[in-house]
Design a protein. Structure first.
Length: 202
């Protein structure tokens, strides 16, 4: 998993509330278990017409937001189905951070597991950043837990300490477990000596 330390990017303003995972990645695109390629289907109904042509007025298709790595959106983002394809699609579309007043719990957890930082802010702070999206880039500093606005002001945010460290280190659940590899091996050896029958010994 890629480390998340600081991120400077333009931000896509998407003020819709209660955006569910079927909007993020429609069910018809869930035929794969691969994490790559799903960006093409992300927000498909918002980005494309029935004939597959781009909707020029869709915020995701506007040139100034192409390549944006930060998404600013409304409350209860990621509600609905718990499909992990949703953060996969967002990551494949290029997003590494999402800012909103609130998130669906499972979606929030799935984003963390896939290296996407979900920042929860008060609605007034989200509104300010939403307006900033047209003014220039913003910078998220995870170590400092701050967001720098284009005018130089900063907004502080809370984030769970253990999750924060995992993102800073770029470690997923397996990586964090392997940090204790020596202790795990020592434990297994003690069990092997004390209860050999558990390991097939007679």
């Amino acid at each position: 998993m890629e480390k998340f330390t600081t991120l400077t990017s333009v931000a896509t303003p998407f003020p819709s509330v209660n955006v569910d995972t079927d909007v993020i990645i429609p069910a018809r695109f869930l035929k794969t278990v691969k994490r790559s390629g799903l960006g093409a289907g992300a927000f498909y109904g918002l980005r494309f017409n029935d004939d597959g042509s781009e909707k020029p007025d869709a915020v995701f298709n506007q040139p100034r937001y192409k390549g944006a790595e930060i998404l600013i959106t409304g409350a209860n983002f990621g509600c609905g189905s718990s499909r992990e394809h949703a953060p996969w699609a967002l990551a494949d579309l290029g997003y590494r951070a999402i800012i909103a007043p609130s998130f669906a719990d499972i979606f929030y957890s799935n984003c963390f597991k896939n290296g996407i930082l979900c920042v929860t802010l008060a609605q007034e702070d989200v509104d300010r950043l939403m307006a900033d999206a047209e003014a220039g880039e913003i910078t998220i500093d995870l170590a400092a837990q701050t967001i720098a606005r284009p005018n130089g002001e900063t907004i502080a945010f809370d984030y769970p300490a253990e999750m924060k460290q995992a993102l800073l280190d770029g470690l997923d659940e397996i990586g964090r477990t392997l940090q204790s590899e020596e202790a795990i091996t020592a434990y297994e050896e003690r069990r092997r000596l004390a209860e050999p029958w558990l390991f097939g010994a007679r």
